[in-house]
Design a protein around this ligand. Sequence first.
Ligand code: SF4
Length: 63
Amino acid sequence: MLREIIEIDEALCDGCGQCVPACHEGALQIIDQKARLISDLMCDGLGACLGHCPTWSNDSGKA
Ligand code: SF4
């Protein structure tokens, strides 16, 4: 069964970090000036980070 997780478009991400505290699961970190999902298992797929990204780099996908 597929579930929703966050996908980050590295071409759009400017590394501002606004999504990191927005994720209550602690699934996002800034690494090499880009937001990274550090573990698929930590993402609950609810999209709390989506509204905090000024460049619309975050989107939901399936994993
Ligand atoms: S809020 Fe958007 S632009 Fe900023 S680090 Fe997160 S994904 Fe990148």
